[in-house]
Design a protein around this ligand. Structure first.
Ligand SMILES: [Zn+2]
Length: 454
């Protein structure tokens, strides 16, 4: 059977099941997920427990090129805002070729670490001086091409970044590469879709858009792709919350829910300083919290009230954001660990009927990630793409373990990568820990870094 896999241990939409025969059609859509089967002759047998592919719901791919390079005192009070200066310095020097090379290499790394999808929050539109490229969608097309050559499922979210700060401050310095009208963003989105990626929209943040533009952009997206996902950074920084209160008389998430029809197509990135009232509203509307644990920790943002969010049934997914981590396992470990430190108790992401922390985290984040990318991804079930991650059953630490325990060891025992094989929509992209394009991607990435760091 060409489009099939026999999984002795599989985390399906119905939970952990044994001896599961997975079959999919020529498009890579799962047609059967049948437990308690005998392995049919000729069907490949998974080399370890099979779990659903994870979507990385928040990526600024180019920032991978500076991961680890801002860990150096720049002032007596280093914060997100001083980090942003370092990031803008990189932005000013990126060529289209470099952006493509960084993204291709990154996406292959993401695949190797359990991600099968990525939502690219794409805000580089212009040349360094702020003028458009001859090809309007030049940089978005570099991302689309990187996604295609790596094979990762990509949803490109062109970013509306109209203002340099609250009070309609003009874009300055590195920000000049971010500006684009709503009409141009729609053109960029259409071009990207033509190049084979899904599309959505990302109004950057409450500091970078105003009410009228936000509504205009959502209307433009609805014409192009009804019900496509909308992502926005919100309440990452206390300074942003304070400025929003001073400007609009309300907090960022409340401001957005007042002016936009927030529902389950919306994803609030970070939402670190969300208020209990805001959380209540978002949960009731089925909106997502897009959590980026490694980046939020790296930037000293603060701690999202995840224990309460989980307890109240809030939907969430994880993002690599600045890509100080490329591992889905590491993001989820950090999410849980920080809650343990905060609340001084263990196994926060559990309920009486759902006692496995790692399985709960993976299942919920994969479902949320699928929702964030648009389309039917995020679980191993009939009708979903066969996005499959196979843990390495030969890894010595997984010896003698069933799927549930193996996933817990993969997530909580160390930073060692336990992913062996990865398929996106039924196509095996990582086999025995390797990607067919990894050597070429590494060479181009090295060249791009040499130029940037030279
Ligand atoms: Zn971000």
């Amino acid at each position: 059977m060409a489009h099939a896999l026999f999984a002795p241990d599989c985390l399906t939409a119905a939970g952990w099941q044994r001896d599961v025969l997975l079959t999919w059609d020529a498009e890579g859509t799962l047609t059967a997920v049948a437990p308690d089967q005998a392995p049919p002759a000729g069907t490949p047998i998974a080399h370890g427990p099979v779990i659903p592919g994870m979507a990385n719901l928040h990526s600024h791919a180019f920032q991978r090129a500076m991961a680890g390079l801002a860990e150096h005192r720049a002032s007596s009070n280093d914060t997100f805002w001083t980090w942003r200066e370092t990031m803008y310095h990189l932005v000013e020097r990126l060529t289209p070729e470099a952006i493509g090379a960084i993204a291709t290499h990154l996406y292959i790394e993401l695949l190797k670490h359990g991600y099968t999808g990525v939502a690219e929050f794409h805000y580089l539109h212009n040349q360094p001086d702020g003028t458009a490229y001859a090809e309007d969608a030049e940089l978005a097309l570099r991302i689309a091409h990187a996604a295609r050559s790596s094979g990762i499922a990509c949803t490109l979210l062109p970013v509306l970044y109209a203002w340099g700060g609250f009070g309609a401050r003009p874009l300055q310095g590195g920000q000049r590469r971010f500006g684009a009208s709503v009409t141009r963003l729609a053109r960029i989105a259409e071009c990207a879709r033509g190049a084979g990626v899904r599309i959505g929209l990302a109004p950057h943040s409450v500091r970078a858009v105003d009410a009228m533009l936000l509504q205009e952009a959502v209307a433009a997206l609805d014409e192009l792709a009804p019900r496509a996902p909308i992502h926005i950074h919100a309440s990452e920084q206390l300074k942003e919350v304070e400025e929003c209160l001073a400007t609009h008389g309300t907090t960022p998430i409340d401001w957005i829910t007042e002016i936009a029809p927030v529902d389950d197509r919306w994803c609030f990135i970070h939402a670190t300083h969300i208020t209990p009232g805001e959380a209540h509203k978002l949960i009731a509307r089925g909106a997502l919290a897009g959590l980026c644990p490694s980046t939020e920790a790296n930037l000293g943002d603060g701690i999202f009230p995840f224990a309460a969010w989980w307890h109240d049934g809030g939907r969430f997914g994880i993002g690599g954001d600045s890509h100080v981590s490329v591992s889905a396992f590491e993001e989820l470990r950090l999410l849980e660990t920080v809650q343990r430190l905060t609340h001084r108790r263990r196994n926060v992401t559990t309920q009486e009927a759902l006692p496995s922390t790692a399985s709960n985290l993976w299942t919920a984040a994969a479902a949320g990630g699928g929702q964030a990318l648009g389309g039917a991804r995020g679980a191993i079930g009939v009708g979903a793409p066969a996005d499959l991650v196979v843990l390495d059953g030969q890894d010595v630490d997984l010896q003698g373990l069933g799927g549930m325990a193996a996933l817990a060891v993969a997530m909580f025992s160390s930073a060692t990568n336990r992913v062996r094989d990865v398929a996106v929509a039924g196509r095996w992209l990582i086999e025995a820990r390797h990607h067919a394009g990894e050597a070429d991607a590494a060479r181009s990435y090295r060249e791009a870094l040499a130029a940037l760091r030279g």
